[in-house]
Design a protein. Structure first.
Length: 95
């Protein structure tokens, strides 16, 4: 049976926008990426995954979109956007 992981996090602490991440936690405070997912899912038929943001920044969303663009395994991204930033809502953005 093919499996779709509907909620998966990748992160790279060197990017600097994971304020929630304890610096002294060796399990969390390291990069998690496609290689980790491939290794950890060898025993199942992982067909696709959906990346979910781990930081409330535009840079995090761009980071995940870049991963998705370069991977057949990632089928979607749940990113972050600041809905209160009125500069995002210009007439050009609606076109």
């Amino acid at each position: 049976m093919q499996i779709i992981d509907a909620h998966h996090h990748f992160w790279d602490p060197s990017r600097g926008d994971y304020s929630w991440m304890p610096q002294d936690n060796k399990i969390l405070n390291r990069k998690y990426d496609l290689e980790d997912l491939a290794k950890d899912s060898r025993s199942i038929d992982l067909y696709k995954t959906v990346l979910v943001q781990a930081a409330a920044t535009n840079a995090e969303t761009e980071y995940m979109l870049n991963i998705a663009e370069n991977s057949d395994l990632v089928s979607g991204v749940v990113g972050w956007v600041n809905f209160e930033d009125c500069l995002l809502y210009t007439s050009d953005a609606a076109d």
